[in-house]
Design a protein around this ligand. Structure first.
Ligand code: NAP
Length: 378
């Protein structure tokens, strides 16, 4: 497995790390699924993918607990990355408590990379930095990173913190190239690792026809899958490491292989030039807000404002950031025909709550009458 250093540190990381999302939750726990994930993570570590990315939010803590089980006896071999979300009302204390809980679930006494999961306009980044610095001095955290930060937010953090920000996790894949609008170059310039999350577009790259056929042409040439080529393209960028979730062993092995063969400069340049898929503007009333068992996506703006399910970050907080930055990521929708034959849209179930948060943030920031930018799949 090709490796590079984490940010400006001497810590060596694989170019492909393992994501630990989609493990279920304590309420909907499937023991067999948990055991299978543990096996696949351990197989991944054996082939050199010894970075695991989890978060206190994933499965309400279940993901960290399973990762802790997977690392029994091999903790030292693994770069363990987790994430936290400070509470504005007691920022420092909440960070300390969050780390304590993560360490307990992970059955370890340190994390390699502690990441601020989302920028939060209600929390001062300096205060986060001070709290993290204290925990670093105690040896409980080796490195500090951020996630979902914009160029402006990362620059502000770099300027105001006394500890280095070694990484930023952002969505980056063939179908979402927004990282190329300044983030990639900022990371290269300031030696920050850009962790590409959802590097395979959450398993379905929604490419327009011409981009899809060009990718197929290149994939056929190397006798690889389009997924392997899109991963190879990402990790060919010197500052990028990809975080892939694979519950299936065959996917994991395909991904490991993607890091083991070179794609020619000419083909990489071809892929660089591919168009992002078309985003469309969708009237909000055409979107059906449906949860599934155990996952409630809020039916009204009032419910979303109350945020009784404690979604983090809350839709209200995301709306505040949206108003401040204007940085609206398109939501992911699935198109379907209703019983009368008319086309409507549902939130993409793969990341249902994430899409619901974005939907409500948009409505809170701009009202229900403004169309929302979206990528649409079937
Ligand atoms: N910081 C954040 O806010 C944030 C947000 C989202 C994600 N993340 C991180 O990024 C990780 C990955 O993101 P993600 O799950 O959204 O997207 P992803 O890794 O792009 O996609 C995962 C999907 O792709 C499938 N897959 C994996 N390898 C494949 C292959 N070689 N060929 C075909 N399909 C393949 C997986 O199937 P199987 O599982 O069935 O193998 C799964 O359905 C997460 O686990 C998490 O660590 C971070």
């Amino acid at each position: 497995m090709t490796r590079r250093t984490l940010g400006n540190t001497t810590t060596s990381i694989p170019v492909i790390g393992q994501g630990a999302t989609h493990v279920g939750s304590y309420a909907r726990h499937d023991e067999l699924l948990g055991e299978k994930r543990i096996k696949v993570w351990r197989a991944g570590i054996d082939v050199g993918m010894n970075l695991i990315d989890t978060a206190d939010l994933y499965g309400g803590g279940l993901s960290e607990e399973l990762v802790g089980k997977a690392l029994k006896g091999i903790r030292q071999k693994v770069i363990l990355a987790t994430k936290f979300n400070p509470r504005p009302e007691n920022c420092r204390e909440s960070i300390k408590r969050s780390l304590e809980n993560s360490l307990r679930r992970l059955q370890t006494d340190y994390v390699d990379l502690f990441q601020l999961h989302f920028p939060n306009p209600a929390v001062r980044i300096e205060e986060v930095g001070e709290a993290v610095w204290e925990l670093m001095k105690a040896g409980e955290i080796l490195h500090f990173g951020v996630s979902n930060f914009s160029v402006e937010e990362l620059e502000a953090a770099q300027q105001s913190l006394r500890l280095p920000v070694v990484s930023n996790q952002v969505e980056y894949n063939l179908a979402d190239r927004s990282a190329e609008n300044g983030m990639l170059s900022l990371c290269e310039r300031t030696r920050v690792t850009l962790f590409a999350y959802s590097p395979l577009g959450a398993g379905r790259l929604r490419l327009d026809e011409s981009a899809a056929s060009e990718m197929k042409r290149i994939a056929d040439k190397y006798d690889k899958s389009v997924y392997q080529i899109s991963l190879g393209w990402l990790i060919a960028k010197p500052q990028v490491a990809a975080l892939v979730k694979s519950a299936k062993l065959e996917h994991l092995l395909d991904n490991a292989e993607a890091a083991a063969f070179p794609i020619s400069e000419e083909d990489l340049a071809c892929i660089d030039k591919l168009q992002e898929p078309t985003r469309i503007m969708v009237p909000t009333e055409k979107i059906l807000l449906e949860g599934d068992s155990g996952r409630h996506v809020y039916a009204t703006k009032e419910e979303a404002l109350k945020n009784a399910s404690d979604l983090i970050p809350s839709p209200e907080l995301l709306a505040a950031r949206l108003r401040k930055t204007g940085d609206a990521k398109p939501i992911h929708l699935v198109r379907f025909a209703d019983p009368t034959g008319r086309f409507r849209y549902k939130l993409d179930p793969y990341d249902l709550l994430g899409q619901a948060k974005r939907y409500w943030a948009w409505v809170m920031a701009y009202g229900e009458d403004r169309e929302i930018p979206a990528y649409v799949g079937r």
